[in-house]
Design a protein around this ligand. Structure first.
Ligand code: PMP
Length: 411
């Protein structure tokens, strides 16, 4: 069954077979703790400690994470990080600037799609003045469809000694809308140069994590829910620059609010992510996925000095280009929803010119061929083909052949 199924779910999504086979065996008996499965041992045991150490080690190698960044394994998904990023940086900013309780704090959000929009709303809910430096809905006339150059954004000019925002926030790949900074064939990257380098940049990389090299040193915080390229749902990876980690209780002196201790980056960093019981099995599977990415990347390194994630980037370009070429075949049968400059390499989204009924037929016919999960997010409809790292080139070719056949039969 598995061999005949092409799983294009947007998340949770397919994971590499090798990792799953090892994980399955380890549920009954883990080699370091014979007779006891990996989900049955203490998170405070040397065996589990090793799991985290190895996972962190693989991550540091793959993402070339500098030593002044901490890796935290947290719970509560991406949505919890919408609040946690804001609360931790609010506290950092209040302490750094010795603010008074009445002082307000700004945070700037580039709203390029559904998830960054939600993040801005959550930031406002937990106490920042969330300002949109770009509003993709306005730009797209009610729909998220593109990101123009930053010269067309609404970035406030800061006067000399004016109040800086506590952080700038963006989402690297908008999973629902199929919009990515640096999408396929494009150079559109996040415009770091338009912002004060002292202001930390926060990036939600939930859905394109581990799909290309990243210059971590440009960021204050990078986070990613595991359930796309990293592992099963249940854990969120946070990579945070050390100097931004503060004691949230200290910020109360400067007008901060009390924050639940589980949201504190400091608590997580001080305890190596074991402030409470972490989702041990999920983290273990993540460690296996990371190991498999290091040991057997999907394409060979293009040169000996290529960066560790370059093969995954080439792989994502290759796969997504095949789908986009089909959208651009000139027939107009399929219509991409995102501007060409920001087309996601992970979640190509499109509509059928024939309308919603035809889209339903497409999803059903795909499913009958074993191609699962291609319906668009419930909030936007249409079609979304999620092609994360574990989706093979052959599977994408099968999808494209299906798209052609469906077009020929329904044009
Ligand atoms: N950010 C992005 C980019 C996402 O794709 C998602 C979920 N798919 C979220 C945030 C929310 O994550 P969660 O469901 O883990 O809270």
């Amino acid at each position: 069954e598995r061999a005949n199924t092409i799983n294009m779910n947007a998340g949770p999504s397919p994971l590499p077979d090798a990792a799953l086979l090892t994980a399955a065996a380890s549920l009954l008996s883990y080699p370091e703790t014979p007779g006891m499965g990996i989900a049955e041992i203490s998170h405070r045991s040397p065996a589990f400690d090793n799991v985290v150490v190895k996972a962190n080690d693989s991550l540091r190698k793959l993402l070339e994470i500098p030593s002044n960044y901490r890796i935290l394994w947290m719970q509560g998904g991406g949505l919890t990080q919408f609040a946690a990023t804001a609360l931790n940086l609010l506290a950092w900013y209040r302490i750094k600037n010795q603010l008074k309780p009445e002082d307000e704090v700004d945070a700037w959000y580039a709203v390029t799609g559904s998830w960054s929009k939600k993040a801005a709303e959550e930031g406002a809910r937990v106490g920042v003045n969330a300002k949109k430096v770009f509003d993709g809905k306005k730009y797209g006339g009610g729909k998220f469809k593109g990101i123009p150059p930053a010269s067309e954004w609404d970035i406030p000019q800061l006067e000399e000694n004016g109040r800086k925002p506590a952080f700038v926030y963006y989402c690297d790949n908008e999973t629902v809308d199929g919009i990515e900074f640096g999408g396929v064939g494009s150079e559109t990257s996040f415009p770091f140069d338009k912002f004060d380098p002292e202001v930390p940049v926060v990036a939600d990389m939930s859905s394109n994590f581990l799909s290309r090299p990243v210059d971590v040193s440009k960021y204050g915080i990078i986070y990613a829910g595991a359930q796309k390229n990293l592992g099963p749902a249940g854990v969120t990876l946070v990579i945070v620059r050390e100097d931004l980690i503060v004691d949230l209780d200290e910020a109360v002196k400067y007008g901060g609010t009390r924050v639940p201790s589980m949201l504190s980056y400091k608590n997580m960093a001080d305890t190596n992510s074991m402030y409470n019981t972490p989702p041990t099995f999920t983290i273990y599977v993540c460690s296996l996925v990371l190991r498999s990415l290091l040991a057997s990347p999907p394409l060979p390194l293009s040169s000996p000095d290529a960066r560790p994630l370059s093969p995954l980037s080439d792989f994502a370009d290759q796969k997504s280009s095949l789908i986009y070429a089909e959208l651009d075949d000139g027939s107009g049968f399929y219509v991409g929803t995102a501007d060409k400059a920001v087309r996601s390499r992970m979640n190509p989204t499109f509509r059928l010119n024939g309308g919603e009924e035809l889209e339903k037929k497409f999803v059903k016919a795909a499913s009958e061929k074993g191609i699962k999960g291609v319906n668009g997010h419930r909030s936007v409809g249409g079609i979304r083909t999620s092609i994360y790292n574990a989706v093979t080139l052959d599977q994408v070719k099968t999808l494209v052949a299906f798209m052609r056949e469906f077009r020929d039969q329904n044009q």
